[in-house]
Structure formats: C-alpha cells, structure tokens
Design a binder for this molecule. Structure first.
Ligand code: GDP
Length: 441
C-alpha cells in the first residue's frame, strides 16, 4: 500500500531533514519533489496544487526557518496538511438508536467490491453488538445473490433474498417485514451495480433510496482505479446523494490518488477501507493514521488495535500470570504461534511499524521456521506439551516423524524453549524487583 508514494516522499524530505538551518530553496526543492510524488500517485491535479500552495505558504514562515529543527517542522506541516486533505477527523457511521431500524444503502459499480463490503460491514456491526440483516437487492449481476448468501453464512448473519426477483424495491419491502418480526436493528442493502453509470441503474437506486430512507448511503469504490473512483463518487453524489465512501482493495498496490483526492473533490468523507478479500479485512478510515503510513511514520495505533482484536485480553493476562509464576508450557507456546497466525498477513502488519514500510518484505521473515515450530508442537501430545521434561529420545524420534522434521530440529526447539523460560524467569524477577535489573543484565 502506497509503497512508491512513501518512498518518494521520504526522498523529498532529504532536502530538509537533519539540517540545522534550511533555506527557501531547500523548501522549494522538497515541495517540488512532493508534488511529483503526488502526481505520480494519481492525485487529482487541483488537489496537488492546493496541497503544494498550502504547504509552501506555511513552511516559508518564520516559525519554520528559525526553528531549532526546521526539517522536523517541515515534515510536521506536510503531515498535518495530509491529514486535512484525507478528511481531518475519523467519520464514523451515523445510525439510529437500537430501537429504530437503521438502513445502509451500499452503492457502486460492478466489481468494485460492493457485495464483499456489505458482508464486511455486517460482520463489523455484529461485533459492535448490532443485529444486522443483509438484503440481496443486486438483481443484475448473475451471481450476486448467491455470493451474498455464502458470505452471510460464513459470518453467521441472516440474509434476505427472493428467488427469481426482478424488482429490488419489492425485495426491500419483504426484507423490512422480515426484519421487524426478527428483531433486526440494521439493514445492509446490497444494491444493483452495472459496469458503468447509466440512467436505469440511477432510477432504480433512487426508488430504493426513497422507500428505505437510509441513514447511510455509502459508495463502494475500487482504490486501484485512482481518479476514476473520485469521478464515480462525484456522479453518484450528484444523482443519489452520498454520506460517505468505502474504498476497497486498499491492500493492493494502490497509488493513493483516490484516497487523497476524494474529500477535497467530492466533500464526502472516506469512512472505511477494504484491505483484503476476507470478511475481517475491513478497517475504519483514520486520516491521521493513514497520513502516518503514507509518510513512512507507521501506524502503531492500528497495529495495537489489531493485536488486541485477536489476542483476548483475558488470555493476555493469563499469559502474564504464567510468566510470573514460571508455569509457561509448550502448550502456551503453541497457542501463541496460532495467535500470530490469526493476525493475518505479516506484510500488512509491518507497514504499520514506523520506518518499516518498504524496508522488510514478508520473505525476510522466517515463516518456514514458524511453520516448523507449529508442526513440531502439534505432533506432541497434550501431556508432553504440559511437561516438556518427559520428552526423551524415543519421544523426540516419534515427534520428528509425526511432524516431518528431524530429531535434531525437535531438540533445537526444546532447547529454545528452555532458553525462553530462563528469559521469562529473569524478566518476571526484574518486574517484581526493579533493583535487580542491573545485576541480571
Ligand atoms: P461487486 O460486483 O461490487 O459486488 O464486487 P465483489 O464484492 O464481488 O468484489 C469483486 C472482487 O473484488 C472479488 O473478487 C472480491 O473478492 C474482491 N475484493 C473486494 N474487496 C476487496 C478488497 O478490499 N481487497 C481485495 N484484495 N479484493 C477485494
């Protein structure tokens, strides 16, 4: 995500960073390089001009040129401008309270990721404690209804569909009846999409808007299409009216143009981004965090949130206790390995760590090693994992056979585990008595 843009902007910062004083010429050079980077990222020309003018104006002020660290001041200005171009504060969904049924109309062209995003939204709302219903109103794309049903089943959310239906308004009305009887509080309507904007589609969507009186009208647009995503948003906003945008395929090699131009050109906030094909691959859009990622400063807040989502707080506390009481076993290690796997693509995580974007690739991480460890641990019995000291030579040979590894590898893992335990012992002693820290090192 944004790899090239991030790299180019880091290069631009070289004109100003690390210098005890900078000149107006340094600023001009840096801003020119940023301008080229933004144009290459397919940011709308009008947006680039505004960005450049606003940055230059502020950067050439006395405050920057005379400050102790002018390079840092300049980077802060670029960061703040970028946050403001991305939409300032996070804009969440605005839905009615739990006692009135809310509706979200998902709009977009075919292939934009509308059906997938509808399911992602449903999963998110379900996790927030709502009772969503997915409604299959895309009656044009042949497989859309079936696809929505499959996804709904996967995330265990009800779906309303009518076999052979041709009128989406009728389907909506049937769904509303069903929702009332089944204590549903949020309707997510997957609407008709076509390959391009045309009048019949807009008319159908207008009728659907009229009957459903939605709280949110979200356009689902493909970030990979750059500026054309922004044009589509403009057209939908003029014809139907939008409350926000969901940009999909943010995980692909998007150049950034759509995200950076959307708010300025359409005035509509980006509310969510799709970051993969799975229902969980959906993130709220935070302008400040994304600006941080674009500028290569990382996004530690999202990283921590992601970790918290998969690592149950109770589990984490239990782990801490085990470390303190020195009862950490191979079973716990296996749990840990599985948690790491649940966190998803390591690449996505690395991008969130400051200074890591584009520096380390997934291949650099020894995934094979993690896999081998998991295989070995899984081949042990529960009893063995609870007490590793019982794993003598014949058990090691059995575990090696079961995991397709060698006795040497099994022994290496057990040695590593002993080392881990020694480390943990030291750490927990240190945290109990900070004064011993020095002596332990
Ligand atoms: P629709 O025609 O707008 O309903 O589009 P779909 O929901 O069927 O999505 C089209 C394709 O894009 C499917 O193959 C999805 O798996 C894929 N897709 C949707 N959202 C994302 C995303 O955020 N990231 C990636 N990588 N693929 C996505």
């Amino acid at each position: 995500m944004f790899d090239k843009l991030t790299q180019k902007i880091s290069d631009a910062f070289r004109f100003v960073s690390g210098k005890s004083s900078i000149t107006e010429k340094n600023i001009d050079d840096a801003v020119e390089a940023i301008k080229m980077a933004l144009l290459e990222a397919d940011v709308n020309l009008r947006v680039v001009r505004r960005f450049v003018n606003a940055t230059i104006e502020e950067a050439k002020g006395e405050k920057v040129l005379r400050s102790v660290d002018p390079g840092q001041q300049f980077i802060k200005i670029v960061h703040d401008k970028m946050v403001s171009f991305l939409g300032d504060a996070r804009q969440d969904l605005v839905l009615k309270g739990p006692d009135t049924i809310s509706a979200i109309l998902m709009l977009g062209l075919q292939g934009s990721g509308k059906t997938t995003s509808s399911a992602k939204m449903a999963l998110r709302l379900k996790k927030e404690g709502r009772k969503p219903l997915l409604i299959a109103c895309d009656l044009v794309r042949p497989a859309a209804v079936e696809q929505l049903s499959v996804l709904a089943h996967q995330i265990d959310v009800p779906v309303y569909k009518e076999e052979g239906a041709t009128d989406s308004v009728k389907v909506y009305k049937g769904a509303l009846d069903w929702a009332r009887k089944n204590l549903i509080d949020t309707l997510i309507i997957d609407t008709t999409g076509r390959l391009q904007i045309d009048e019949p589609m807009m008319q159908e969507l207008s009728r659907l808007k009229e009957v459903s009186n939605p709280d949110e009208l979200l356009l689902v647009a493909d970030a990979m299409t750059g500026q054309s995503a922004v044009d589509i948003a403009k057209a939908f906003d003029e014809k139907i009216g939008l409350t926000g945008v969901v940009l999909t395929k943010f995980d692909s090699d998007t150049r950034g143009g759509a995200a950076l131009s959307l708010k300025t050109i359409t005035g509509k906030p980006l509310k969510f981004v799709g970051v993969g094909e799975k229902p969980e691959d959906f993130e709220p859009f935070h302008p400040d965090r994304i600006a941080g990622r674009i500028l290569g400063m990382g996004d530690v807040v999202s990283l921590v949130e992601k970790a918290q989502e998969v690592i149950d707080q109770k589990d984490a506390q239990e782990l801490q206790k085990k470390m303190e009481k020195e009862t950490f076993t191979l079973e716990d290690w296996l749990d840990q390995l599985r948690s790491v796997k649940k966190m998803g693509s390591l690449n996505k995580m690395l991008e969130m760590i400051p200074g890591m974007a584009g520096q380390v690739s997934e291949e650099d991480i020894d995934k094979a090693e993690l896999q081998t460890q998991e295989a070995i641990l899984s081949s042990m019995t529960r009893k063995e994992r609870a007490n590793h000291l019982m794993i003598g030579p014949s058990r090691r040979a059995r575990v090696a056979r079961g995991s397709g590894t060698s006795v040497a590898e099994v022994s290496r893992l057990l040695k590593k585990f002993d080392k881990m335990k020694t480390m943990m012992k030291k750490m927990s002693k240190m945290s109990k008595n900070p004064n011993t820290a020095q002596a332990m090192m």
